[in-house]
Design a protein around this ligand. Structure first.
Ligand SMILES: [Zn+2]
Length: 197
């Protein structure tokens, strides 16, 4: 489903846009000097604004944290940042004002931080799935394994077919690993429910 006024896609999830707009309005404090929208809710240990949603998996739901500045960017620019960094012009990590956000590579973000005199690398996101240099499987294979497993094929049999370790395959079919790869189902199949700080 393309982005429209009701929903937008983030990390492969359809999220209700109006809910997020209201959500932001009530929970940011606007710094009149800088124009920063300072998030009043939960901050990650690195200082980024963060929220969680309960996202469905085929075997229940799980709690998933999102970095709110990435969501704010996605809402404002109707563009999923995917593997790219959403960087702060204002250097204020808890800021979720889309006008202060720009899309960059991890390198851009580090260079930006360096220019601003910060030494520690920031915004380094772990590589997921196929982007990981040691990825053994592709996303189609992940879906296929889960499908087969649900149809009764054992982990041991999957190991024969797909290779790799039994532990690794078990982590795939139980959605511990490759969580970002969702099953292909009719419609979106993904109804975000509770949103919390
Ligand atoms: Zn800002």
């Amino acid at each position: 489903m393309p982005n429209d006024v009701e929903t937008f896609t983030f990390n492969g999830l359809e999220l209700p846009l109006d809910k997020f707009k209201d959500y932001l309005a009530d929970r940011v404090e606007i710094d009149t000097d800088t124009g920063c929208w300072i998030w009043k809710g939960y901050l990650t240990t690195k200082g980024y604004a963060s929220i969680y949603t309960h996202v469905p998996t085929p075997i229940g739901t799980r709690k998933k944290r999102f970095l709110l500045h990435r969501i704010a960017y996605a809402i404002a620019y109707k563009k999923d940042p995917l593997g790219l960094c959403v960087c702060h012009h204002c250097d204020n990590r808890s800021c979720v004002n889309p006008n202060h956000l720009f899309l960059g590579t991890v390198g851009d973000n580090n260079r930006d931080a360096f220019k601003k005199g910060r030494n520690k690398p920031v915004g380094v996101y772990p590589k997921k799935g196929m982007a990981h240099p040691k990825a053994r499987y592709n996303e189609d294979q992940i879906r296929q394994m889960r499908r087969l497993h649900k149809a009764g094929v054992t982990v041991k049999e999957l190991q024969v077919q797909f290779g790799g370790s039994r532990g690794g395959i078990h982590a795939i079919v139980t959605y511990v690993n490759w969580k970002h790869v969702m099953d292909e189902v009719g419609g979106t199949g993904l109804e975000p429910v509770t949103i919390g700080v």
